[in-house]
Design a binder for this molecule. Structure first.
Ligand code: OAA
Ligand code: MG
Length: 541
């Protein structure tokens, strides 16, 4: 028999621990007699008790803390809970509550999770990587905490985001949690509050930038790959300038993607496909005005161009259907010093300094909020959209809920129930003029888990851009006529494992077709994907 952990070692390992569900036999073999309450329970029983405690907690952040503790003690129970109660628990483990958890990180921190690599480790990052106790890692989610959701620079508190994302990789797509690694790169923080907070747990210095920053990230990526050559690296919540630059530097060198740019794009484009289905139109007939010109807007705009070209437009025609509005107003050709992204989507247009005037000038069929400015889709904006469109498309994508451009209720109310709406964070259903609408999230959580699974199964050298359009198509196909009838542009989260499998198949297929896969193609890809999925059940010894 292989060596098994015993006593507190077994209880302290979240991938071994079964708590009160350890059988009598296991309690004997693992020398646990006397260390647990007498009754032998089951996973279902433990989940019931845990849910009761979660329901008793009044604040979402308390629920988050209970769930974190469970993840830390008993991974099987945590993933069982999350998988079987995804609609209820996703807003706790993920946006919006995870945003609060990152803001309160220094107050609520108790248990070590993930890996902290700091600028002080420069020159010896490999040693830090080698300290990670698990031999194999398939997927890393890494942030430097500079742009956490729409909340800005939260420094080391940003660790909550890779932890939350990886929890969803497992719950939604079955990535093996023992082979997932959340990483926080601490290069300092420019958040004055944190710099002066005596309780702050990160490096209390200004952020390192420029050459030194990029060299540090390079050292990290090279060290991670030296230990785990096939690891997939997902960049998350970096500031704009770094997000685009890092993706550019690495996308042709290693298997990586940026979820805020590419995942957000895939999910939003899936939502636009669904909206076009309702209207009986195609993407090429829509005209998109973005509020914001950062990672989300840039990623979505680029993917829209690809999608429209697939429908038959030229690149120029596609670009002509997309407009950006940034902090200086409508992005027009005559503006100076535009970034490459803004240059691409700048048009010959009268400059407009308010978003409302930009709507008058551009006459969009869709507005897409990605600037983290709560309330920017106000009653005037929404009713203007309803005046010029029979079915205006309104996507309020900023996170968490406190940064959303409008609420679902506002969107349906001020467009008199006409809009096709989606949001980045969840909103409850809304009744307007006697009709009930079930808004769903245009959140990258619909796609990144499936993309991750497809990549793990095909183990590619690099991630081809084509996987993101495939993911969008796969997701939009799962939206049913009933969903659309209820105003939902996305499927129910209860279908997320099916969604993830289908996205994973599309993504892996692209990697095999593009010739970048690192393993032979399985005869039955769907079966291989299903078999690769982690399931939260207890091992019996
Ligand atoms: O985490 C989320 O909910 C979506 C996301 O990536 C972001 O807003 O940065
Ligand atoms: Mg993000």
């Amino acid at each position: 028999m292989k060596n098994i952990s015993v006593g507190t070692e077994a209880l302290d390992d979240p991938f071994v621990n079964q708590g009160t569900a350890f059988s009598q036999d296991a309690r004997i073999k693992r020398k646990l007699r006397g260390l647990l309450p007498p009754r032998v329970t089951t996973l279902e029983h433990q989940a019931k008790r845990a849910l009761e405690r979660i329901h008793q907690a009044e604040e979402p952040l308390q629920k988050y803390e209970i769930l974190s503790l469970i993840r830390h003690r008993n991974a099987t129970l945590f993933y069982y809970l999350l998988e079987n109660n995804i609609e209820e628990l996703m807003p706790i483990v993920y946006t919006p509550t995870v945003g609060k958890a990152c803001q309160e990180f220094d107050r609520i921190y108790t248990e070590p999770e993930g890996l902290y690599v700091t600028i002080e480790d420069k020159g010896s990052v490999q040693e830090v990587i080698n300290n990670w106790p698990h031999d194999d890692v398939d997927m890393i989610v890494v942030t430097d905490g500079e742009r956490i959701l729409g909340l800005g620079d939260l420094g080391a508190g940003g660790m909550g985001i890779p932890i939350g994302k990886l929890s969803l990789y497992t719950a939604c797509a079955g990535l093996n949690p023992a082979r997932s690694l959340p990483v926080l790169l601490d290069v300092g923080t420019n958040n004055q509050g944190l710099l002066h907070d005596p309780l702050y747990l990160g490096l209390q210095q200004l952020r390192v930038d420029g050459e030194e920053y990029y060299a540090f990230v390079r050292e990290f990526i090279e060290a991670a790959k030296a230990r785990w050559p096939h690891v997939i690296i997902q960049f998350e919540d970096f500031a704009n300038r770094h997000a685009f630059a890092l993706l550019d530097q690495w996308k042709d060198k290693t298997a990586c993607f940026n979820d805020d740019i590419q995942g957000t794009a895939a999910v939003a484009v899936a939502g636009f496909y669904a909206a076009a289905r309702v209207k009986g139109s195609s993407l090429s007939e829509e005209k998109f005005l973005f509020l914001g010109a950062g990672e989300a807007a840039g990623g979505i705009a680029d993917l829209l161009v690809e999608a429209m070209m697939k429908e038959g437009l030229t690149q120029e025609q596609a670009v002509d259907r997309i407009f950006l509005f940034d902090s200086h107003g409508l992005v027009t050709k005559d503006r100076e010093g535009l970034t490459p992204l803004k240059q691409k989507f700048a048009h010959e247009q009268e400059p407009q300094s308010t978003f409302l005037d930009a709507i008058g000038e551009v006459k969009p069929t869709a507005i897409v909020g990605c600037a983290a400015q709560a309330g920017s889709f106000n009653a005037y904006v929404l009713s203007a959209m309803a005046r010029i469109n029979e079915r205006p498309i309104i996507f309020a994508l900023s996170n968490p809920t406190s940064r959303s451009e409008c609420t679902a209720r506002e969107a349906y109310t001020y467009t008199e129930g006409k809009c096709l709406f989606a949001s980045g964070s969840p909103f409850p259903q809304v009744e307007v003029n006697g009709k009930t609408f079930i808004p769903r999230q245009s959140n990258n959580s619909y796609v990144f888990p499936g993309i991750g699974l497809g990549l793990v199964v095909s183990s590619p050298r690099i991630v081809p851009q084509s996987v993101f359009l495939s993911a969008a198509e796969a997701l939009s196909k799962i939206v049913s006529e009933d969903d659309l009838e209820n105003g939902s542009l996305f499927p129910s989260l209860t279908k997320i494992r099916e969604v993830s499998q289908s996205i994973a198949a599309a993504v892996a297929e692209q990697c095999f077709t593009a010739g970048v896969a690192g393993v032979p193609k399985p005869d039955d890809l769907s079966k291989a994907i299903q078999e690769a999925m982690y399931k939260p059940v207890y091992d019996r010894i």
